[in-house]
Design a binder for this molecule. Sequence first.
Ligand code: ZN
Length: 334
Amino acid sequence: MTWEEFEKLQPIAATLLKNSIKRNRLAHAYLFEGLRGAGKKEAAMLLAKTLFCLHPKDGFFPCEACSNCLRISHGSHPDVHIVEPDGLSIKKEQVKQLQQEFSKHAVESNRKLYMVVQADKMSTGAANSLLKFLEEPNADTTAILITEQMQQILPTILSRCQIVSFQPFSPAVLKNKLIENGVSSTMAPLLSQLTNNISEALSLNEDEWFAQARKLVLKLYTTLSKQSSSYAMVTLQGEWSQHFKEKKQLDLGLDLLIFIYKDLLSIHLGKQEDLIYPDQQTRFTSDLLSYSPRSLAEKMAACLEAKRKLNANVNQQLLMEQLVLNLQGGTAFV
Ligand SMILES: [Zn+2]
């Protein structure tokens, strides 16, 4: 990650850290908190390179090419330490080892930096050792604790850290990130609506079940708009109920269905650039004659009602049959 990317993805966190470095007012300890995939560890690596780079561009931006930048990228810089869970937890010995390393003079300069990734996984012993460490700050040492679960961190540790919150990505930002990561422009808008987590989106993109789910939802929509309700029921009893077995799966299927009606509404409003199923634009546009904006809103409400019933443990087959009756046909301009 570069500073430019960091500022685009996490403007508040990036500005705060950039100003602190420029004014030479870096805190002794930071806690980076926020959802998985929000770029916390990448930001910590960027911060490390910014502090250690031998040839920073414009006196600030890490060059990514000097020996310090490269060793930080490879995790082999002697004055930059990364502590991560060993198995399920971060053990006391790991923190002790870190302290021993840091009690020596810095190997190459006076500066040292350590990161504790998944800091919420510290055992009680590890947390208490770290606390002692944080209580005796060294002027040239920077600590970065990283967590998705701030509520699991000891209050005494929290009170010694400056907290930097990382926001979830907006769908538009995530969509572009996914395309940069090789996701097709057909799938990226849909994935970015379903999650704000890049790694989750990337794994859904590779998921056969999900690809099939998308096809089935489009198929159900087609039968609903073109065929009789009995035909839609046949689809439901066959492939649909085979595929969307679990509650969580059906919940996702209903979201995928809602997105179709949302797309039809976007076309009504002339917002083609917002489409979640961009590859269906021609078909949706020709279907539009059958749907008034009001009937689309009603269909979306019917899907939301089905989701509510699902969460209230109503029988899945029953709620889908009711939904199909509510979604039947275009009911143009009623
Ligand atoms: Zn460099």
